[in-house]
Design a protein. Sequence first.
Length: 67
Amino acid sequence: MGFLDTGAFIISNRGMQMEHIAVVSVLGSLYGAVTVALAAIFLRERISRWQLAGITTIFAGIFLISR
């Protein structure tokens, strides 16, 4: 897990250096939504209303930034 975390950090910093800040920031903002989705898929956890509202807010923010 530490190897994957370090790899993600390095790739994120490399993306920032290559001036792809818009793409890196969008992918970074999806971190929480992906974690909740993977827990729902693999661990069969239920998504609460607050989590669903947070995921919806994340996607709305991404949509607004991309316009």
